[in-house]
Write a protein that binds this ligand. Structure first.
Ligand code: PDD
Length: 278
């Protein structure tokens, strides 16, 4: 695989980052994941907007102009012959001797790579997934897409050990989001419900695209929090992310959702999303 590291394209085994990189020592880095389907980047403008927002929130400068970011993504896709999968971008604050406080003027480290994998029409997309529920273990600025992901790593691992595919996290009696996705339910009277954006969750790009599709297709929408009990009793549930599009959720912590199969509105949103992407 050919990867990008601080200005150059190279075989992955040649890429080098210092052990003093603050992303490595402190998780002082942000990232983005954009899906590629049929050789095209999906919702990439939304991902690059959020990359700029995350950097600004941490006062890390853009490592290279946005137009160059797009060229790098295109070149990685071309060099790796990527038609379906993801492109990962990570920008860290840069490197300095270890100190919580950082000196001014650090040069950010910027790396990018592709991951080839099937995203559309997978068994999980067709049959849905089972999610566990767990207390949200994360910090208070989840709106910034930082590489500080240990809470999600542990939560996903525990859910997998308990026989689930993924996990939705809970705080103050309400579902915050999936470990790497936005949580949605559909009420028995046909309303699509998801939390409003705040510092408690990542403002999902796929969420934004799906909310727009709900509007375009006249689906009723409510941006509000929902409890684990309401989720368990919902007619349908799904999760959205760049790497899973609209993913049906058919079981939440032991409760089958609806008849335990992906519901009709979830199916419609799945196909609207893929149609819009292609
Ligand atoms: N994760 N919430 C969290 C905590 C996430 O990590 C993600 C995405 C989302 C969905 O955001 P979007 O629709 O913009 O992908 C919500 C990516 C896919 C990841 O970490 O691999």
């Amino acid at each position: 695989r050919i990867v990008y590291c601080n200005g150059d394209f190279m075989p992955e085994e040649d890429a080098r980052i210092s052990i003093f990189d603050r992303g490595f020592l402190f998780g002082d880095a942000i990232y983005e994941v954009t899906a590629v389907l049929a050789g095209r980047l999906i919702d990439n403008d939304l991902h690059l907007d959020r990359l700029e927002r995350s950097l600004a929130a941490l006062s890390i400068p853009m490592p290279t102009p946005r137009s160059r970011l797009e060229q790098i993504q295109a070149e990685l896709m071309a060099r790796n012959g990527l038609s379906e999968g993801t492109i990962y971008l990570q920008v860290s604050r840069g490197e300095a001797d270890r100190d919580f406080l950082y000196p001014e003027g650090l040069a950010p480290n910027f790396v990018a790579f592709t991951q080839a994998r099937k995203l559309a029409d997978t068994p999980a997309q067709r049959n849905g997934i089972a999610v566990d529920l767990a207390e949200d273990p994360r910090w208070a600025r989840r709106d910034i897409k930082t590489a500080m992901l240990l809470g999600q790593v542990l939560a996903k691992r525990q859910a997998r050990a308990a026989g689930y595919d993924d996990v939705w996290m809970v705080e103050d009696g309400l579902v915050t989001e999936g470990a790497s996705s936005t949580a949605f339910i559909i009420t028995t009277d046909g309303r699509v419900v998801t939390r409003p954006n705040s510092r408690s969750t990542l403002p999902g790009c796929t969420r934004k695209a799906v909310l727009r599709l709900c509007g375009d297709h006249g689906l009723r929408l409510e941006e509000r929090g929902f409890s684990p009990d309401e989720a368990g009793a919902a007619a349908e549930a799904f999760a959205t992310s760049a790497s899973s599009f609209v993913m049906p959720v058919v079981k939440i912590a032991g409760s089958a959702i609806g008849d335990g199969r992906p519901g009709p509105m979830t199916r419609r949103l799945q196909s609207y999303y893929i149609e819009a992407a292609l």
